[in-house]
Write a protein that binds this ligand. Structure first.
Ligand SMILES: Nc1nc2c(ncn2[C@@H]2O[C@H](COP(=O)(O)OP(=O)(O)OP(=O)(O)O)[C@@H](O)[C@H]2O)c(=O)[nH]1
Ligand SMILES: [Mg+2]
Length: 377
């Protein structure tokens, strides 16, 4: 199975890193997504040196509706951490530009949002003068591959003690991945087996990270894309990437971040023929690639979304709220999201219609389930 399968089924999400060439709008997008001005965004390459970190509430229409139905006092979405990383250039793996330090920043994140410049603007310096998103993607990916090859070389040069099967396995995997990387295949596409996964994961390879290509386009192309986004799309499908590139306009996102009410935001998006903001698109992609889903707890006091890996059982899902819930788990009264909405959030009516199920610890939670846990403590 491809390594990406294990990332999806065993992964977790610590944070999302915004990666790309210098001066392409990474900090602009980061500020917009995190509704902050934490990162300095300016028209010169290598403006960002130290990574900026910010937390974002995941936009969640289901949570909004559940909360509206119950007229709750408070609503708490799940959060995701975004990291704005310094621009990478050709030769980064040899210390060029800001070099290895920034490759190290990428190592810390769970998922890469690979931002590419798909806008023309003579006033904004491009490190290679010409706009060519596919060349830009290849430049960055080559650096990531070279950096991985360097770390694997270190593993392979470690003394191999014949008697230690763990080191033997590490060498075997390192050799296989190294061969794949040398022919341009990222680590996430290398075939590995179940028992090889922990050793593979411990190699912390940059090209094993799930990646979303994200095209930064002019405002006017935010809805339909442009010739550059088409190039990225074609490249991405040739590469067999699991999800299509996301098209965003960092400028629109920046303006949206300045608007206060949800209604104003909706109207503003409509001006550009958009139905959702860039953040939702990126987050949907991230959840898909990392195999994550949400379930909800809902009462008149508080509605809350919780993130769990697809396939999580009720007991472990309860543990995300509190370890006591997991230890003392008795049952989970569960209503599917559609049924909850059908019953207008009325638990009694759901019960009367047989839509509330009493589930045990081994119930596999469905995306969107509204759950009421009973536990002894
Ligand atoms: N025309 C246009 N300019 C943009 C767009 N996005 C960002 N810019 C401008 O491009 C310049 C660089 O933006 P940053 O967000 O600092 O770029 P960065 O990728 O973080 O750059 P480094 O930190 O140097 O790697 C700024 O002057 C932005 O205003 C866009 O969509 N269109
Ligand atoms: Mg920056």
């Amino acid at each position: 199975m491809k390594a990406s399968h294990f990332i999806k089924t065993r992964g977790s999400c610590k944070s999302v890193g915004i990666v790309g060439l210098p001066n392409i709008g990474k900090s602009t997008l980061f500020n917009a997504l995190t509704s902050s001005n934490a990162a300095m965004a300016a028209n010169f390459p290598f403006c960002t040196i130290d990574p900026n970190v910010g937390k974002v509430f995941v936009p969640d229409e289901r949570l909004d509706l559940i909360s509206d139905l119950l007229k709750t006092k408070s609503k708490v979405g799940t959060q995701l951490e975004f990291v704005d990383i310094a621009g990478l250039v050709k030769g980064a793996s040899d210390g060029e530009g800001l070099g290895n330090k920034f490759l190290g920043n990428i190592r810390q994140v769970s998922l890469i949002v690979h931002l590419v410049r798909c806008f023309e603007d003579k006033d904004i310096t491009h490190v290679s003068d010409q706009i060519d998103p596919v060349r830009d993607i290849e430049t960055i990916e080559t650096e990531l591959i070279l950096a991985d090859l360097q770390s694997l070389e270190k593993v392979l040069s470690e003394k191999k003690k014949q008697s230690n099967p763990e080191i033997q396995l590490k060498h075997e995997i390192a050799k296989r991945v190294s061969e794949a990387l040398s022919s341009g295949i990222p680590a996430r596409d290398v075939e590995i087996s179940e028992n090889e996964w922990p050793t593979f994961q411990a190699l912390h390879l940059l090209t094993s990270k799930p990646t979303i290509y994200t095209c930064n386009v002019p405002e006017s192309d935010a809805s339909a894309g442009n010739k550059y986004t088409e190039m990225v799309k074609e490249f991405s499908s040739k590469r067999g990437l699991e999800i299509d590139p996301v098209v965003v306009s960092a400028k629109i996102e920046a303006e949206l971040a300045n608007l206060e009410s949800e209604e104003m935001k909706k109207e503003f998006l409509q001006l550009y023929d958009l139905s959702s903001n860039g953040l939702s698109k990126v987050i949907n992609g991230a959840y898909k690639l990392l195999g994550l889903q949400s379930y909800y707890t809902a009462s008149e006091n508080e509605c809350r979304a919780w993130t769990i890996p697809v396939g999580t059982k009720a007991r472990q899902a309860a543990g995300v709220i509190h370890t006591d819930f997991e230890k003392g788990f008795i049952k989970a009264d569960t209503i599917a999201y559609v049924d909850f909405v059908d019953c207008k959030g009325d638990e009694k009516s759901a019960k009367d219609r047989g839509k509330q199920r009493s589930e045990g610890p081994n119930y596999v939670v469905n995306d969107g389930d509204v759950m009421f846990f009973k536990f002894s403590g």
